[in-house]
Each structure stands twice: as C-alpha cells, then as structure tokens.
Design a binder for this molecule. Structure first.
Ligand code: SF4
Length: 427
C-alpha cells in the first residue's frame, strides 16, 4: 500500500523539484521584519537549508533545501521570534503585500497590512479556499500592483473618521492574466475586513477547487458577483479600529531609505545575518523585503544617511543595480520550464546602457510569479520545444506594458539566442 505524501502547503511549505527537499515560505506583513527575525531566518537557513534564501516579489522570504524531518524544528525556531508561515501557500489568505514602503503614507499602509495579517492568518474560516487569495495594500496606482490582487487596496486619504481605501477586486496573473476592477472608491477602514470576508465567502461558496476569484467573476459576471456580496452577513458590518498606539513598526522613509540590491532575489544566510547587524546599528532594527526582491532600510534620524550608505557599501552590498526580478524556475521549482537564474545572467550580459535602465522580470513558467506583466520588459518561459538534437529547450515570450492595465506579449516562442538579440536591439 502506498501512502500519500503529506500536504504541507497551509504551513507555507512546497516540495522542491529535487526529491526529498522542501521550501519554507515565511510571511512578512508589508515586507517588514526585525533584525532578530532576520537572524532566526538566517539561522534556520544555515542549520537546515544549505544557507540558500530567496526573496519573493510579494515581500516574503523562502528558505530552500529543507529536509522533511527538520520542518517541525524550523517552525519552532521561526515561531520563537513571532514569524509565521501559516497560509503562505495553498488555499488561504497569503502574505499581505505592499510595494509602497518608501511612500509618505507607509505607516498607515503597514498598519492596515498588520491588521489584515492578524485577522486572516490561521483563521479556519479562510483556510479552505479554492486557491490562493492575495491581498495587497498600496499608496497609489503607479506600480499597477493593485491590479494583480484578489483584493487590492489603494490609499484614498485619511481624516478624523479613519483611513480610506479604493478597493479593487478579482485581479491575478498566471496563465490567464486579469486586471482587477474598481469595486468601490474611498471605503472607510472600518468596512475593509468585513468586505474582504464577504469576498472570501462568496469565493469559497461558488468556485471550484483550483480557481481564483477572477474565474468566478468571469463565470457569473461582475453585476452578479456584486449582488452576491451584498447577501453576505458581513457586507454591511463595520469594525471600528479600537483606539490604541500606532500599529506600524516603520517610520515613513522621508528620503532616508536605502536598498541593498540582490540579483533575482538570491541571498545567503550569511548575508542576511550581516544585514540584520546593519539594521540593528542603522535602521532601528528593522528590515524590509521589497517587491523587487531587495532588502530596504529606513535609516534612523539619529544617524547620518551618507555614513549608513557607506557602511552598506563597505560591507559589499550593491545599492544601485538594474531591477531584474527572477523566480527560482527550473533550478528549484517543480513546474519551472527554464533555469531562470542562468537565463537572467545571459540576458544581463546582452544588455547595453539603455536596457540596464529598464525594469525586467523573468518567470520560469506562465504562472508569472515575478509579475512580468508589470515590468518594462517582461519575459515568460512559455514552453519547452524539441530542438534538432531532440533536446527540449525553453522558449520565451516577451512582454511590454500597455498604456494602462497589464502588459501583454509582443514576441512569442523565442529561443534564448533570439531573446538576447532582442535585448541587444534595446541598446
Ligand atoms: S513562475 Fe513558475 S517556475 Fe517560477 S516560481 Fe512561479 S511557478 Fe515556479
């Protein structure tokens, strides 16, 4: 009798491409974490995971190369410093993202992200969803990241009655990208959690397993989706935030933000521990995982910004580099079609000065985890094709932005050589 492998996804764990190895994803609300938490992640990675860390485009951290027998201890070490992975994979509310960490409004955004994180993490009502459920909180619409969430919140002002958000619903990338639509403008924060609960319940009750909110909306139409939301008991509910001390940990950047840049989000335990020490000395003990797979710091008022930048550089960190978002692809991910990190290095070598100024994103399959539809140049590994020698080699689609909404493919099924020629043409 064969036994089914255990499904660890609700604990934020995926099986790696390599048999017997696991990846642990750690949720960081709005990407913010402490030096102590960074040290715990580095410790887990070096003790159990070969020291390999990957920064995701949703401001989460992934620890690769874990063994099944170590997963419980990994969870304990992370939990001791207040880190959770609950719902980081599988049919649950995923990590609450924010790509506006440098915005003046960030303290209000971080506070909302923390409130949502606290409400939905481990909440059994929202852990049996048909598929992932993504929420993002943004300062404005410039990055277009509000369009790719199941629920996208965009800051719409603050007054004595609280903070307001424009609410976008039903966005998502993957094989069938769909931009979210504006459900309602300037929703008071008191209504945000009840409204998201209503969306999640309508989604859970009406959608087959494996499908996102966008599929349900496509199936029944936006008017019917809106009507079903109004029938949910929480739809008209208000949950006023109780008065208390501010919830955000991070002060607004006020031009005191530094970013340590990492090619394709590849980081090591050793470097993360060094960044934890830097944060303890220069940024009030706080680090931020960014949507471009880097680590940022809001430098404390009490220290000199130029000295902080110099300290990062002296430690060997790059502060300036081409933005190139890269997923683990066929190096680690079961469904990856191309060795993304190698491909990205080849593409980078083909870039001239103009190309280096652009933002790039490469995904190892059409799931589009690096958000190529939001980059100035997006690349998706779209298929494997047998070459003349009978070897299956990856083909790539090339994306560029539309005037609004998500970018679309303008070149299809390029070989790596053809792709590099296109890159050289950019100059
Ligand atoms: S884009 Fe595809 S290959 Fe890359 S991490 Fe996502 S699922 Fe894996």
């Amino acid at each position: 009798m064969t036994t089914q492998p255990i499904d660890y996804r609700l604990d934020g764990i995926y099986r790696q491409r390599q048999e017997g190895f696991f990846m642990q994803r750690v949720k960081l609300p709005a990407g913010v974490f402490s030096a102590e938490q960074a040290r715990a992640i580095a410790d887990v990675s070096s003790r159990f995971g070969q020291g390999a860390i990957h920064l995701t485009t949703r401001g989460s951290i992934e620890i690769h190369w874990l063994l099944e027998g170590d997963l419980i201890e990994v969870k304990r070490v992370l939990a001791k410093v207040g880190l959770t992975s609950r719902g980081a994979c599988g049919g649950a509310v995923r990590g609450i993202t924010c790509s506006s960490q440098g915005a003046a409004e960030f303290p209000a955004l971080e506070a909302m992200a923390r409130r949502l994180h606290r409400h939905f993490v481990g909440n059994p009502r929202f852990e049996r969803l048909p598929k992932k459920f993504k929420i993002g909180v943004e300062a404005d619409t410039a990055s277009r990241r509000h369009l790719i969430q199941d629920v996208g919140l965009v800051f719409a002002g603050s007054d004595t009655d609280g903070t307001r958000f424009d609410v976008y619903l039903g966005g998502g990338l993957g094989r069938e990208p769909q931009a979210g639509f504006l459900y309602e403008a300037a929703v008071n924060e008191k209504r945000i959690i009840p409204l998201i609960e209503a969306v999640a319940r309508v989604y859970a009750a009406n959608t087959p397993a494996g499908k996102r909110v966008k599929h349900l909306i496509r199936e029944i139409g936006e008017p019917e989706f809106r009507r079903r939301l109004t029938l949910e008991p929480s739809f008209n509910e208000e949950l006023p935030a109780q008065a208390g001390l501010p919830e955000g940990l991070t002060p607004a950047a006020a031009n005191r933000r530094l970013e340590a840049r990492f090619f394709g989000g590849v980081l090591s335990a050793e470097l993360l521990a060094e960044l934890a020490d830097f944060a303890a000395a220069w940024s009030g003990g706080l680090l931020m995982a960014t949507a471009d797979q880097d680590i940022a710091f809001h430098i404390a008022d009490t220290v000199n910004l130029a000295d902080a930048a110099e300290a990062l550089k002296l430690a060997g960190f790059a502060l300036d580099a081409t933005t190139f978002r890269v997923c683990p692809g066929a190096h680690l991910c079961k469904v990856g079609l191309s060795p993304t990190r190698d491909v990205a290095r080849t593409i980078s070598a083909a870039m001239g000065p103009a190309a280096k100024q652009l933002t790039w994103a490469l995904s190892g399959c059409p799931n589009s985890c690096t958000q190529p539809q939001l980059a100035e140049i997006g690349i998706v590994s779209s298929s494997l094709v047998k070459d003349e020698q009978g070897e299956r080699t990856p083909r790539f689609d090339l994306y560029r932005p539309n005037s609004e909404g998500l970018g679309s493919a303008f070149e299809h099924s390029l070989t790596l050589d053809e792709l590099c020629s296109k890159v050289r043409e950019i100059g």
